[in-house]
Design a protein around this ligand. Structure first.
Ligand code: ATP
Ligand code: MG
Length: 587
């Protein structure tokens, strides 16, 4: 992997970064101090929605723009912190009037429209648990999540309900209330449903926010299902301390920022950083109803003066497909920080950011289970493209080897691969997998939470992602991380996406096989395959380079945009495909 460095110079900064000196920030950091930056509730309570909305609405940020929502045509609807406070109070009253109690679960199944955001925050105000569902899920994944999660309330749109939920209703005994957002000219809602807007209009503006204990459950998030059946990760109100701290330190969010997180709230990024974190900072957040379209996205960055942008490798690769020239047509003077999460970000993509926007993408790493960013490339820190960066202040990360007896050996040497582990105890650590206590316990060894990802740490403390433990390829005694192979293939100008898997080999145990998809101007050919094989051998050496490369139109991905290597492998080996509830259908 090329060891380039993108140097950060203090004269480049338009705003002084929140984290200026990494080592000093780590030394001086304490979670207690981070907690003091928030309001809290009387008697040691803590409520996410109070920190996100009401504490600003009660102060001089009441009229500040909290949420700007863009509809299909790009037209904006604005909500100040005061507006959000009133609307979420109303929704909390709706829940209370329906008899929905603290700890009961309120699910949302909706496109990115204002009622989704009102539901999320109003639910938290009522002390109930918010659980978002991705709107493109089919009936089966919806049914399993609603029933595992014992949903008491579902907020959805009329058309999603008719298409996906109505037929399931009889088999969801816990589901007492379905609130529909009108999105068609239908005059009458189906039986057994209530009208979201009517209830909201009839509810009072005032609501005393539930004085939740920091350890009370707040959020239930299902994982992406990349490696198997999705798990339901439980998060508590205390998580807001980490949302706030990581938004300040890793995303460098300031109250005057306009922040755009492109993730959907159906996934943890879209809730932690697409709803909660920017509001706790008092910033303005942009929500776009539509899916990716390059000119629309660049237009949003320009027209709404986005200053901090948080997106994902899959989106970056799609933009790269359309070329840097298109991005450069848009003047983006407000944009000062770009970050990415969700999958490994190839060095090519980091550098492409500079070509297209004159800014690098800052990769960061975390999981549904960690609730917030754990490892990051910080605004003030030199970037090593291809590295996830360094652990946040307050986060202790290391690499370990699991022993047979369940204990772990810490790997102190630089550049040795092992499982990425985090010292337990940060505020947004998940507190359980719903109904899977044993599985939860198996994630820990003593003080360490074992992430299931493999990584190495270099001599300067930067962490490098190797692959998911399940995806690592074992060839002639070497451990090969798919990311390394994929990044080499991504260097070829024709390659849009790449995925590497191990296939059985009588001599080596496994050999690498790669799958690629191409950028629009390129056609599959034997000559191109040979070129790619040669590039990989040159960059990686014969022991690591793929023996075979297949060119596909698209690679299988989760709906949150992650390449599903396990599916490529199952198909290659003729094995059952396993849980495909999160598979994107346009593959
Ligand atoms: P499941 O656990 O159901 O298989 P998932 O792990 O994809 O799904 P998420 O919690 O959404 O579900 O994703 C977290 C995982 O995504 C991480 O464990 C890691 O494998 C990958 N990931 C996230 N960010 C990065 C990154 N910056 N670099 C490399 N991998 C990343
Ligand atoms: Mg996972």
């Amino acid at each position: 992997m090329p060891r380039q460095t993108i140097r950060k110079q203090s004269e480049d900064w338009e705003l002084i970064p929140n984290l200026l000196d990494y080592d000093a920030a780590r030394r001086n950091f304490s979670w207690e101090h981070e907690r003091e930056l928030l309001d809290g509730m009387p008697g040691g309570g803590l409520n996410i929605a109070h920190e996100a909305v009401d504490r600003h609405a009660a102060g001089d940020r009441c009229e500040h723009l909290a949420l700007r929502w863009l509809d299909r045509s790009g037209e904006a609807t604005d909500f100040s912190y005061g507006d959000l406070s009133r609307l979420t109070n109303r929704f909390a009253n709706v829940l209370r009037n329906l008899g929905v109690k603290k700890g009961e679960r309120v699910f949302a199944l909706s496109e990115r429209i204002p009622p989704l955001y009102i539901t999320a925050l109003g639910t938290l105000k009522n002390g109930s648990v918010f659980c978002p569902l991705f709107s493109a899920f089919g009936p089966e994944p919806l049914h399993s999540r609603l029933s595992i999660g014992e949903a008491k309330v579902l907020v959805t749109t009329e058309s999603l309900y008719r298409r996906k939920v109505a037929a399931l209703r009889d088999s969801l005994p816990h589901l007492q209330h379905v609130l529909l957002v009108r999105d068609s000219a239908q005059e009458k809602h189906p039986d057994d449903t209530l009208d979201f807007q009517q209830l909201l209009d009839a509810a009072a503006d005032e609501f005393p926010v539930c004085n939740t204990n920091p350890e009370d459950p707040a959020l239930l998030h299902f994982t992406s299902g990349t490696t198997g059946k999705p798990k339901g990760a439980i998060h508590v109100h205390e998580a807001v301390v980490a949302h706030h701290a990581s938004a300040r330190l890793a995303l460098d969010l300031h109250p005057q920022d306009v922040f755009w997180c492109t993730a959907d709230p159906g996934w943890v990024t879209g809730t932690s950083y697409g709803i909660i974190a920017p509001l706790t900072i008092g910033a303005t957040m942009i929500v776009d109803r539509q899916e990716f379209e390059p000119e629309r996205w660049y237009g949003i960055l320009r027209d709404h003066m986005v200053s901090v942008w948080y997106t994902a490798p899959t989106a970056v690769r799609m933009m790269m497909k359309h070329g840097a020239e298109l991005a450069r047509k848009f003047q983006l003077p407000a944009l000062r920080f770009m970050a990415s999460v969700g999958e490994p970000l190839n060095p090519e993509a980091v550098l492409w950011g500079e070509e297209a926007f004159e800014l690098p993408f800052h990769d960061n790493w975390w999981q549904t289970e960690t609730g917030g960013i754990m490892i990051a490339n910080f605004a003030s820190m030199d970037i090593r493209p291809g590295s996830m960066g360094k652990p946040l202040p307050g986060i202790e990360a290391t690499v370990v080897r699991r022993r047979e007896d369940g204990s772990v050996e810490l790997i102190e040497d630089a550049d040795r691969e092992g499982e990425l582990a985090l010292k337990r105890g940060w505020p947004s650590m998940f507190r359980g997998y719903l109904h899977e206590e044993e599985r939860y316990r198996a994630c820990f060894s003593g003080d360490w939470y074992l992430t299931g990802d493999l990584a190495r740490r270099d001599e300067d403390g930067y962490f490098w992602f190797v692959g998911r433990a399940d995806d690592v390829i074992k060839s002639s005694g070497h451990l090969i991380g798919p990311f390394e192979v994929e990044s080499a293939l991504m260097e070829h100008p024709a390659v849009a996406e790449a995925a590497a898997i191990g296939v059985p080999d009588p001599i080596a145990g496994e050999v690498v096989k790669a799958f690629v998809s191409l950028k629009p101007a390129h056609q599959p050919s034997e000559a191109l395959r040979t070129e790619l094989l040669a590039l990989a051998r040159r960059r990686l050496g014969p022991a690591v380079a793929p023996r075979q490369i297949e060119i596909h139109d698209n690679l299988p991905r989760t709906r949150s945009g992650k390449i599903m290597r396990r599916l490529l492998k199952a198909r290659e080996l003729g094995l059952p495909e396993g849980d495909t509830s999160t598979l994107e259908s346009r593959e």
